[in-house]
Design a protein around this ligand. Structure first.
Ligand code: RFL
Ligand code: PHB
Length: 388
């Protein structure tokens, strides 16, 4: 099999890249290790920056997001028994949309298949070959048959645990990494939202977050031991922990309901640089990870492939390699700012078991500053909506 661009991974990065290339007349094949049903049902991110929405709208895949996504003009921070609102739109002129990642996936798969795009689901034993030459290829097994795709470029969009990044020799890349000593316990609950806007709560028992998925589903998280197990948490224990961390002096209450999904997520910051070796390019979580506190992961995946699609278009239409040569540097500029913001939010909002009493007081003072100072609120809001 021969194509122009072989894409590994049908997450937001791989699917959107394939779609953007198609809009420019460039042919690609996407290889995905899981089934269509599985990728369309995996619960992950929820927050889209306005820039990500613009990219999806401009690419013609934003209709359901516009109809069903919830536009949020502010975000709340809860600490010391009080809630404080940061008005994102007043401070930046922009907003965020809460629209689940698996719905973005559903929209992109539908668009690719409607346009005759090739997504090979349930592929196995994916292996990259000759990516340092002008004739790279990808070997894989599909429906029990060993196959090979020859391409001009191979794009690794296969997430943090994929095969693409390890295909770049460690002598050609540098990995930057930080693992956090806590995780998030994530829950989906059948109930009306408790709040119109997201609530990020800092509490001595640990961080908690109130988000939504739809008018009948809440997405809740709370800081936990990353090695803990969901079976150690009865429904009553989960509610007690959430109520303890979230309740305030103003009478606001968390709505309860039936849990229908529980899981524990580890937290890390990670960057691989450069994001290219020869004809192999990395995009999205394959190249970088942020802790979810800043809600940046899916947005970075989208902005990476926007840059890469333009660079590939310049290569095919103008014969120019300048965009490809500049891809890593251009993407990393934005990535490091998001890494900084996600690390900062994580540090400011979580309880670190080894923090001294002094450090705990300073942490609270930082939050007080963020909500009291218009300059600091603006800095947070600009980063949160992705204003640059
Ligand atoms: P993905 O989504 O991991 O997709 C990679 C795809 O590659 C496939 N794959 C392979 N296919 C073929 N061969 C192989 N050898 C393969 N190995 C892997 C996988 O099956 C998968 O389908 O990466 P992508 O496209 O880079 O997208 C990144 C985002 O998924 C991720 O950054 C976000 O989900 C992060 N994130 C959030 N991001 C936001 O922007 N806003 C949020 O509010 C937000 N909340 C979150 C999050 C991530 C979370 N988790 C579970 C880590 C909340 C959570 C809880
Ligand atoms: C979510 O709704 O899943 C979500 C929202 C905000 C975050 C992380 C996750 O910072």
């Amino acid at each position: 099999m021969r194509t122009q661009v072989a894409i590994i991974g049908a997450g937001p990065a791989g699917l959107l890249l394939s779609h953007l290339l198609h809009l420019n007349g460039i042919v690609s094949v996407v290889l995905e290790s899981r089934s269509r049903a599985e990728i369309e049902a995996t619960i992950r991110a929820g927050v889209l920056e306005q820039g990500s929405m613009d990219i999806l709208n401009d690419a013609g895949v934003g209709a359901r997001m516009r109809a069903e996504g919830a536009l949020h003009h502010g975000v709340e921070f809860a600490f010391g028994g009080r809630r404080h609102r940061i008005d994102l739109t007043e401070l930046t002129g922009k907003a965020i949309t809460v629209y689940p990642q698996h719905e973005v996936i559903i929209d992109l798969v539908a668009a690719r298949l409607a346009a005759g795009g090739q997504i090979l689901f349930e592929t196995g034993e994916v292996a990259l070959h000759d990516t340092d030459s002008a004739r790279p290829s990808v070997a894989f097994v599909h429906k029990g048959e060993a196959q090979r795709i020859e391409a001009d470029f191979v794009i690794g969009c296969d997430g943090f645990h994929g095969v693409s990044r390890p295909a770049i020799p460690t002598s050609l890349r540098q990995d930057f990494q930080r693992t956090y000593p806590f995780g998030w316990f994530g829950i989906l609950v059948e109930s009306a939202p408790s709040s119109n806007e997201l609530i990020y709560a800092q509490h001595e028992r640990g961080f908690a977050l109130v988000s939504t998925r739809s008018p009948t589903v809440q997405r809740l998280y709370f800081q936990c031991d990353p090695k803990d197990h969901v079976d150690n948490w009865s429904d009553d224990r989960i509610w007690a922990e959430l109520h303890g961390r979230l309740e305030n002096d103003d009478g606001w209450k968390l709505n309860e309901g039936r849990f229908f999904q529980k899981g524990i997520i580890g937290m890390r910051s990670f960057v691989c640089a450069p994001m290219r070796a020869g004809r192999l390019f990395l995009a999205g979580d394959a190249a970088h990870i942020v802790p979810p506190t800043g809600a940046k992961g899916m947005n970075l995946a989208i902005s990476d492939v926007k840059i890469l699609a333009q660079a590939l278009d310049d290569f095919y239409k103008k014969g120019s390699e300048a965009g490809l040569d500049g891809y890593s540097e251009a993407a990393l500029k934005r990535i490091w700012r998001a890494e900084y913001f996600s690390w900062w939010m994580t540090r400011m909002l979580h309880t670190f078991a080894d923090a001294s009493p002094f450090e705990r007081q300073v942490q609270r003072a930082e939050l007080e500053n963020v909500v009291a100072s218009r300059a600091m609120s603006t800095a947070l809001a600009e980063n949160y909506v992705g204003a640059f």
